[in-house]
Design a protein around this ligand. Sequence first.
Ligand code: CO
Length: 194
Amino acid sequence: MPRKIVHYPHPALRHKAKPVMAIDKDLHLQIGEMKELMYLAKGLGLAAPQVALPFQLLVMNVTGDPNKPECEEVFLNPRIVERKGWMEDEEGCLSFPGLYQDVRRAKTIKVQAYNLKGELVEKVASDLESRAWQHEIDHLNGILFIDMMGPLAKFAAKPSVKTFEKTFRTAQQKGEIPPDVDIEKLLAALESLH
Ligand code: CO
């Protein structure tokens, strides 16, 4: 079954991702699938939990343009080591299609991560790129942009969030999506993979 982007409240989105310990063929295949899904959905970034993979892995292309592969970035086990300043702007998420609200983020961040050669790299990002990094790294910790919204944005997002919940639970009742316990078992089994 081909992978697809899971929507809120899929349990993978709240599952804390495990560090990637090996860069192997499976990992490369998963990265290829993630890039494809990111471009199809017209996103700027995609974190592994969004395709129900419990790993600290993310792909990004802040241009969102599949014809600019030189702007693609793949990072393993990233963490933010420095934050400077603040900014507030509209944000969306491929796991909440159609929902956009203001989110406050650090304006500039410094990220440390491993690249696909297994080298530790450091990167400083500002503005849109910084926002994308913070959003995607949050995904690896089971944190979603609805958690980061201020009270007003949260209130405005409430009906949409309720609709996502209803749609997901209905699909589970119809058997189109497995029950949460089965998804949790699958995630645990996948954790031993890399
Ligand atoms: Co997202």
